[in-house]
Design a protein around this ligand. Structure first.
Ligand code: 3HC
Length: 284
């Protein structure tokens, strides 16, 4: 299958990487050359790491890279069998982009959004083909995490879900299926947990290091919640919590003020060098 990915940020680059590595010719589209270059650098760095870790040979990396078609032109999606949108978690931006993508894709192409919380039904009309539209929620880091959460919108056909599942399994991932509710399965559970960790920090109950050590060593989490927040992105977590709070009105989804202040001050997490921890020296 020929794949199109809109957006080459943290998630988009990871999705492109797994598609390339599993033999798919993959078009990646960014809004301008600068964003495209930054995204490709991210992709190359991750594949370099995979080679260093012995997960990929040099030859496999070269073959994967040769399947990549980088572009700033949405028209390049015209012969793609599946288009996956992985841009910032913003309902209006996603809807606007889908209206543009709809003008270029094949009528039978599979259409997927990597949204982590926004209800599909609010974006689906913009795709022009809601029965072919589904959620494919990849986890970060995409090359490593084994799960993709598939989301079935009100109008998504069973055939679309079956084709989406087959595609994702071909990427070497395991799937779970969720209905179209805000946050689906993963983030309805994960985001209150992350927000609770910030609330503990805010209340001065424990240091960030101790909160992290508590969950890592005490509960066997691969990384503590404050480190995970930096990893996922504070802005992304804030956006998700806002969607969940707006939809459910439940205080457990409300963003803690400290999370808001951090984002307003430009502390977005590892991707920008500073979050709750400082990454400017390379390490944490
Ligand atoms: N390609 C292939 N393999 C890779 C790779 C790459 N680009 N990068 C790393 N790997 C492999 C490594 O080789 C290693 O494999 P091994 O165990 O067989 O040796 C394994 O992945 C772990 O990598 P590292 O040794 O470099 O790193 P760590 O052991 O420190 O693990 C981590 C890093 C995988 C990020 C781990 O800390 C982890 O699982 N953290 C939790 C991540 C998580 O919870 N993600 C989900 C977030 S929620 C989400 O994304 C949803 C969103 O909507 C919010």
């Amino acid at each position: 299958m020929k794949v199109g990915v809109a957006g080459c940020g943290l998630m988009g680059a990871g999705i492109v990487e797994v598609c390339l590595k599993t033999g798919h010719e993959t078009v990646v589209r960014e809004i301008n050359d600068e964003c495209l270059e930054r995204g490709l650098a991210r992709l190359d760095k991750s594949m370099e790491y995979a080679v260093k870790k012995g997960k990929l040979t040099d030859a496999e990396r070269e073959a994967a890279r040769s399947r990549l078609i980088p572009t700033t032109d949405l028209g390049a999606f015209s012969d793609c069998d599946i288009v996956i949108e992985a841009i910032t978690e913003n309902r209006e931006w996603k809807s606007t982009l889908w209206k543009e993508i709809a003008q270029h894709v094949k009528p039978d192409a599979l259409l997927a959004t990597n949204t982590s919380s926004i209800p599909l039904s609010s974006i689906a009309p913009s795709t022009g083909n809601p029965s072919r539209f589904m959620g494919l929620h990849f986890m970060n880091p995409v090359p490593v995490m084994k799960l993709v959460e598939i989301v079935q919108g009100i109008e998504t056909s069973d055939e679309t879900i079956a084709e989406g599942r087959a595609f994702v399994e071909g990427l070497g991932k395991t799937t779970i299926l969720a209905k179209d509710t805000p946050g689906f399965v993963i983030n309805v559970i994960l985001v209150p947990y992350l927000c609770d960790a910030v609330r503990l920090l805010e209340a001065g109950v424990a240091t960030k290091e101790d909160i992290d050590a508590g969950m890592k060593l005490g509960c066997g989490m691969p990384m503590g919640p404050i480190t995970l927040l930096d990893f996922v992105g504070l802005d992304t977590t804030l956006s998700i919590s806002q969607v969940l709070f707006e939809e459910f009105g439940d205080p457990r989804y409300a963003a803690p003020p400290l999370l808001r202040r951090m984002v307003e001050s430009g502390f977005m997490g590892k991707k920008c060098g500073r979050g709750f921890y400082d990454y400017t020296g390379g390490g944490k």
